[in-house]
Design a protein around this ligand. Structure first.
Ligand SMILES: C[S@@+](CC[C@H](N)C(=O)[O-])C[C@H]1O[C@@H](n2cnc3c(N)ncnc32)[C@H](O)[C@@H]1O
Length: 214
């Protein structure tokens, strides 16, 4: 096997293992990004989509977003997750809604699908991509699988927020940085910040960006 391909496979395997270990060893309510209810993401999705829209949650973890959208009668949700443990947890938790939820056990960087999404949601996943090549691979997938005029709802740590999460380095984003990265393929509709309460009592600064494919 060529050395570069070996390194890529090794990196992907270690990402799977890292996140499976987190979900195996930590109580789901104690992880830093835990929200009992989805906040800004839910409000914005309810504002701009309808219940028949195809919505993808990238790196969905065990987030309450899917539960919250199902309560509002959303019909076509897709959850993409690198951790098998998180996927199993969600399949069990949403077992009465499996007609309306599709699960992808995938690394977003190798994701392939025939589906086109109306909205692509990412809370605290894209910011783990610290090298330009991975960021561009993600953006290429985003452009490929998002419908024309579809929405990209992204949440990342803000420049005033942490520099790491789960012992991994992250990239902090503000409006200028995200607009520059997405270039002319997306227009920024709105942005806001959130002071997220960490379960340990501290806080973390997040930024939310709503972008639309041009
Ligand atoms: C900080 S957590 C956020 C979880 C969820 N979005 C939320 O807001 O509760 C990051 C999630 O992304 C997943 N993840 C990390 N890298 C990924 C990748 N390359 N592809 C798919 N999922 C990934 C992790 O397993 C984890 O569940």
């Amino acid at each position: 096997m060529p050395k570069s391909r070996y390194i890529i496979i090794k990196q992907m395997t270690s990402t799977h293992t890292h996140w499976d270990t987190i979900y195996t060893t930590k109580n789901h309510n104690k992880v830093s990004w835990h929200q009992a209810q989805s906040t800004i993401s839910l409000d914005w999705i309810l504002d701009i989509t309808n219940k028949n829209d195809a919505i993808l949650d990238v790196g969905s973890g065990v987030s309450a977003l899917a539960d919250n959208l199902l309560e509002k009668n959303y019909q076509h949700l897709s959850l993409l997750e690198i951790s098998q443990i998180a996927i199993q947890t969600m399949k069990k938790r949403l077992e009465n809604h499996l007609d309306h939820v599709h699960f992808y056990h995938e690394n977003i960087l190798t994701f392939q699908t025939n589906t086109q999404f109306d909205l692509w949601h990412d809370r605290a996943v894209f910011h783990f991509l610290t090298n330009e090549k991975d960021q561009q691979t993600y953006i290429q997938k985003l452009k490929q699988y998002l419908k024309p005029n579809g929405y990209f709802l992204l949440s990342t740590f803000a420049p005033t927020g942490p520099k790491q999460c789960s012992e991994l380095n992250i990239v902090q984003y503000d409006s200028d940085k995200i607009t520059l990265l997405l270039d002319t393929d997306f227009k920024l509709i709105k942005t806001t910040s959130e002071i997220h309460p960490h379960p340990d009592g501290s806080t973390q600064d997040f930024n939310y960006f709503l972008l639309q494919k041009t």
